[in-house]
Design a protein around this ligand. Structure first.
Ligand code: ZN
Length: 244
């Protein structure tokens, strides 16, 4: 059966009200003060940066983004019996919230729904940390060792987890169809996955409003809005390649 790999970027979550924060044109890149809140060195060295960073996450969590039609279409593709894996640049967890099995999702930049201790690496739910902020702890320390907590995301100035990258690479090489959706394919190493997929024989489909550097390698380019284009594309694939 055909393995469909989907590389998703910020564009798949804009219909859920989540702006592009970390892309080349993202909000954080345009605002140096905001960028500090998500950059490793200032976060680790400055308690005031951490205090503001927790307040920002508290405000973000209150908004409570929901999956949209594109996330639901990916989950439906899995239910249809088509082997599918998602490699996402997003930290919002919306693929899983839409019903896709967590083990089918590789989160290149981690997840905002967990926190991790920078000293002992103990992990715990973000919700617990935010409850402590709510209760008055401006910069809640690790409950195990007292170390500095940070979201389980890859901040600017941090490297991608080599194991996560290796998982993404394996999926890319094994895929027969590789769909890059809502990503400008400008941030490495995620962008290079599109080229690697083609080198290994996959059909590349690009679903993105703007041109990408990999368009010329693509068998199909879709510029229509993701919320309608992706469900239509995946339904067609499911009919072509699915179990049924
Ligand atoms: Zn710790």
């Amino acid at each position: 059966m055909t393995l469909v790999a989907i590389l998703s970027g910020a564009g798949i979550s804009t219909d859920s009200g989540i702006p592009d924060y970390r892309g080349p044109q993202g909000l954080w890149r345009k605002d140096p003060e905001a960028e500090k809140l998500v950059t490793y060195a200032p976060y680790m060295s400055d308690p005031e940066i951490r205090r503001r960073s927790w307040q920002m996450r508290r405000a973000g969590a209150a908004v409570g983004a929901e999956p949209n039609a594109a996330h639901r279409a990916v989950a439906a593709l899995e239910r249809s019996g088509t082997p599918v894996r998602v490699i996402t640049q997003n930290i919002d967890g919306l693929h899983q919230r839409a019903g896709l099995s967590a083990r089918k999702v590789v989160e290149l930049h981690g997840t905002v729904h967990r926190v991790v201790c920078t000293r002992c690496h103990a992990g715990s739910p973000m919700a617990d940390a935010l409850s402590r902020v709510e209760a008055g702890e401006a910069d809640p320390p690790c409950t195990v060792c007292g170390g500095i907590l940070k979201p389980a995301t890859v901040m600017f100035g941090e490297r991608l987890d080599p194991q996560v990258l290796s998982d993404a690479m394996a999926i890319t090489k094994a895929s027969q169809v590789f769909i890059a959706v809502g990503t400008s394919l400008q941030v490495q190493p995620a962008a290079s996955l599109a080229g690697i997929a083609v080198e290994h024989g996959a059909r590349l489909v690009v679903v993105n409003a703007e041109p990408t550097p990999y368009d010329e390698l693509a068998e199909e380019i879709v510029r229509e809005p993701i919320g309608t284009a992706l469900p239509a594309l995946l339904e067609r694939l499911s009919a072509e390649h699915g179990a049924g």
